[in-house]
Design a protein around this ligand. Structure first.
Ligand code: SME
Length: 150
Protein backbone atom coordinates (compact mmCIF):
# COMPACT_ATOMS: atom_id res chain seq x y z
CA UNK A 1 0.00 0.00 0.00
CA UNK A 2 1.30 3.42 -1.01
CA UNK A 3 0.31 6.55 0.89
CA UNK A 4 -2.13 9.06 -0.60
CA UNK A 5 -0.80 12.19 1.06
CA UNK A 6 -3.91 14.23 0.22
CA UNK A 7 -6.16 11.78 2.05
CA UNK A 8 -3.63 11.40 4.87
CA UNK A 9 -3.47 15.16 5.36
CA UNK A 10 -7.25 15.38 5.47
CA UNK A 11 -7.52 12.51 7.96
CA UNK A 12 -4.91 14.04 10.26
CA UNK A 13 -6.52 17.49 10.00
CA UNK A 14 -9.90 16.04 11.00
CA UNK A 15 -8.44 14.02 13.90
CA UNK A 16 -6.39 16.89 15.32
CA UNK A 17 -8.86 19.72 14.84
CA UNK A 18 -9.02 21.92 17.93
CA UNK A 19 -6.18 20.03 19.67
CA UNK A 20 -3.08 21.89 20.77
CA UNK A 21 -1.41 19.39 23.11
CA UNK A 22 1.87 18.51 21.45
CA UNK A 23 2.04 14.91 22.71
CA UNK A 24 -1.53 14.24 21.56
CA UNK A 25 -0.69 15.70 18.16
CA UNK A 26 2.58 13.74 17.83
CA UNK A 27 0.90 10.47 18.84
CA UNK A 28 -1.85 10.95 16.27
CA UNK A 29 0.52 11.89 13.45
CA UNK A 30 2.87 8.96 14.21
CA UNK A 31 -0.01 6.49 14.18
CA UNK A 32 -1.71 7.79 11.04
CA UNK A 33 1.48 8.14 9.00
CA UNK A 34 2.88 4.78 10.11
CA UNK A 35 -0.15 2.83 8.99
CA UNK A 36 -0.53 4.69 5.68
CA UNK A 37 2.35 3.10 3.77
CA UNK A 38 4.09 -0.28 3.71
CA UNK A 39 7.45 1.45 3.31
CA UNK A 40 7.25 2.85 6.85
CA UNK A 41 8.71 0.44 9.41
CA UNK A 42 9.43 2.91 12.23
CA UNK A 43 7.65 6.23 12.47
CA UNK A 44 7.98 8.71 15.29
CA UNK A 45 9.15 11.90 16.91
CA UNK A 46 12.19 13.00 18.84
CA UNK A 47 11.55 16.12 20.94
CA UNK A 48 13.96 18.93 21.73
CA UNK A 49 14.14 18.76 25.55
CA UNK A 50 17.31 20.76 26.26
CA UNK A 51 19.85 22.68 24.19
CA UNK A 52 21.21 20.31 21.51
CA UNK A 53 19.35 17.32 22.93
CA UNK A 54 16.56 15.12 21.54
CA UNK A 55 14.50 12.61 23.49
CA UNK A 56 12.11 10.01 22.20
CA UNK A 57 8.51 11.06 21.68
CA UNK A 58 5.43 9.20 20.44
CA UNK A 59 6.25 6.51 17.89
CA UNK A 60 5.10 3.32 16.17
CA UNK A 61 7.32 0.32 15.49
CA UNK A 62 10.03 -1.38 17.50
CA UNK A 63 11.76 0.42 20.32
CA UNK A 64 13.69 3.56 19.47
CA UNK A 65 16.74 4.77 21.34
CA UNK A 66 15.79 7.23 24.06
CA UNK A 67 18.30 10.05 23.73
CA UNK A 68 19.96 11.54 20.64
CA UNK A 69 22.29 14.54 20.90
CA UNK A 70 22.16 17.01 17.97
CA UNK A 71 25.70 15.86 17.14
CA UNK A 72 24.65 12.28 16.33
CA UNK A 73 22.71 10.35 13.77
CA UNK A 74 20.36 11.40 11.03
CA UNK A 75 17.94 12.83 13.59
CA UNK A 76 20.71 14.95 15.08
CA UNK A 77 21.67 16.24 11.63
CA UNK A 78 18.07 17.22 10.87
CA UNK A 79 17.83 19.09 14.18
CA UNK A 80 21.26 20.73 13.89
CA UNK A 81 20.78 21.89 10.30
CA UNK A 82 17.04 22.44 10.64
CA UNK A 83 16.50 20.75 7.31
CA UNK A 84 15.14 17.52 5.90
CA UNK A 85 17.56 14.60 5.71
CA UNK A 86 16.94 11.81 3.19
CA UNK A 87 19.33 8.88 3.56
CA UNK A 88 19.11 6.25 0.80
CA UNK A 89 21.53 3.87 2.52
CA UNK A 90 22.03 4.20 6.26
CA UNK A 91 25.29 2.26 6.09
CA UNK A 92 26.76 5.12 4.06
CA UNK A 93 25.73 7.72 6.65
CA UNK A 94 28.55 8.44 9.04
CA UNK A 95 27.22 8.26 12.60
CA UNK A 96 23.92 6.61 11.81
CA UNK A 97 22.29 5.30 14.99
CA UNK A 98 21.10 1.76 14.32
CA UNK A 99 18.14 0.96 16.53
CA UNK A 100 17.01 -1.79 14.21
CA UNK A 101 19.42 -3.79 12.07
CA UNK A 102 16.71 -4.11 9.41
CA UNK A 103 16.63 -0.35 8.68
CA UNK A 104 18.03 0.46 5.23
CA UNK A 105 16.92 4.05 4.54
CA UNK A 106 15.28 6.94 6.29
CA UNK A 107 13.84 10.42 6.16
CA UNK A 108 13.97 12.90 9.04
CA UNK A 109 12.17 16.24 8.99
CA UNK A 110 12.49 19.16 11.40
CA UNK A 111 9.29 20.04 13.29
CA UNK A 112 8.66 23.70 14.05
CA UNK A 113 5.94 25.40 16.03
CA UNK A 114 3.96 28.45 14.97
CA UNK A 115 6.77 30.81 15.97
CA UNK A 116 9.28 28.86 13.90
CA UNK A 117 10.99 27.34 16.93
CA UNK A 118 12.36 23.82 16.46
CA UNK A 119 10.37 21.51 18.75
CA UNK A 120 11.59 18.16 17.46
CA UNK A 121 12.16 15.95 14.44
CA UNK A 122 9.94 13.44 12.68
CA UNK A 123 11.78 10.24 11.71
CA UNK A 124 10.58 7.52 9.36
CA UNK A 125 12.78 4.45 8.88
CA UNK A 126 12.30 1.86 6.15
CA UNK A 127 13.59 -1.67 5.70
CA UNK A 128 13.74 -0.92 1.96
CA UNK A 129 16.73 0.87 0.40
CA UNK A 130 16.15 4.40 -0.94
CA UNK A 131 12.51 4.37 0.15
CA UNK A 132 12.09 8.16 0.35
CA UNK A 133 12.28 11.04 -2.13
CA UNK A 134 11.64 14.78 -2.34
CA UNK A 135 7.92 14.20 -2.89
CA UNK A 136 7.74 12.47 0.52
CA UNK A 137 9.71 15.33 2.07
CA UNK A 138 7.37 17.96 0.65
CA UNK A 139 4.14 16.16 1.54
CA UNK A 140 5.28 15.23 5.04
CA UNK A 141 6.62 18.74 5.63
CA UNK A 142 3.23 20.17 4.67
CA UNK A 143 1.45 17.84 7.09
CA UNK A 144 3.82 18.74 9.93
CA UNK A 145 3.33 22.45 9.26
CA UNK A 146 -0.44 21.99 9.16
CA UNK A 147 -0.44 20.23 12.54
CA UNK A 148 2.31 21.93 14.56
CA UNK A 149 2.56 25.43 13.11
CA UNK A 150 -1.13 26.23 12.82
N1 SME B 1 17.69 6.61 12.52
C1 SME B 1 17.99 7.43 13.59
C2 SME B 1 17.87 6.71 14.89
C3 SME B 1 16.98 5.51 14.81
S1 SME B 1 15.76 5.56 15.82
O1 SME B 1 16.13 5.46 17.22
C4 SME B 1 14.42 4.76 15.48
C5 SME B 1 19.26 8.24 13.46
O2 SME B 1 20.34 7.79 13.05
O3 SME B 1 19.15 9.39 13.79
Amino acid sequence: MRVDYRVLGQTIAALTEGEDDVVALMATVACEVHHADDRFDWTGFYRVVAPELLKIGPYQGGHGCLVIPFSRGVCGAAARRCEVQIVDDVEEFDGHIACSSSTRSEIVLPVRDRSGRLIGVFDIDSDLPAAFDRADAEALGAILAQVFAK
